[in-house]
Design a protein around this ligand. Sequence first.
Ligand SMILES: [Zn+2]
Length: 321
Amino acid sequence: MKFYTVDSHCDTVHLFTKGHYNFWQQNTCGQIDYPRLKQGGVNLQFFALFIEPEYKPFLALPRALQLLEHLLSELEKNQDKIILLKTKTDLQKAVLNPRKLAIIMALEGGEPLEGGREIIQIFHRLGLRSVGLTWNQRNRLADGVGMGEAAGGLTKLGKKVVKNLNSLGMVVDGAHLAKRGFYDLLETATKPVLISHANAAALCPHPRNLDKEQILALKAQKGVVGLTFYPDFIAEKDATLEKLLDHFCYVADLAGTEILGLGSDFDGIDKVLPELADVSCLPVLTAGLRRRGFTEKEIAAIMGENMLKLLSANLSEEDEK
Ligand SMILES: [Zn+2]
């Protein structure tokens, strides 16, 4: 059965800034490039602009713009192969014509948006459609998981930014948020929330993973979690594909398959599963889901349909002129 595959997180854009890297050819470095996305059957890839800690706080905005310029210039030069999705209409067209690689421009770490409404508006104009409020640190919007037990929730500005993003048709991503912020986000958001890359804490007790209550709360809000391939979020030691599949089974048993998606975190991770060394290996995941008893309909939902529904609920019909 053919299905539409969506990956809600990768950090490939920083490779665009390196002179020797060519996204359009198969590379020996990294885990994602155009040929390997095609081999893996990915139809829609979220590309995050990840703001590295060394740029924060003062250079976060210029760094985001620098990464954005690299992404936009690749898009401009390769319009025959790739399309940036901005509206629900774009999304519907992309699903009908999956030949072109569709992409969603995302931001990982909300520091560049701390200036508020006008800054969010200009990023929206430039094509940004998904925003991770924090990375692991604290910023003016919220606390990341790296702040530990004492971490706070969303700030007043953070809540305002969430409402602003939702009203503009942009997805809010709560991966990396500390627990209080996660619940604040579910309460504040007016559209279904994305957790773009995380796993189940019951199987791997890492602070980046979601516990049982968080998974159920996300389900109640109609959110989606992209389960991630980073070994440290799969098992405390000896992570394998089977252990990743355990996360899919656990979340499905707990909350149903409609909450599940993929959030590889490729090109943002320093190690990989032996069986999922890069995006071209994605068919082994599908085969694994089948082996674990998921139906074809459930597999199609997990591989992409759930993310498509989330995007559809978030994106605006058309850009206002
Ligand atoms: Zn991340």
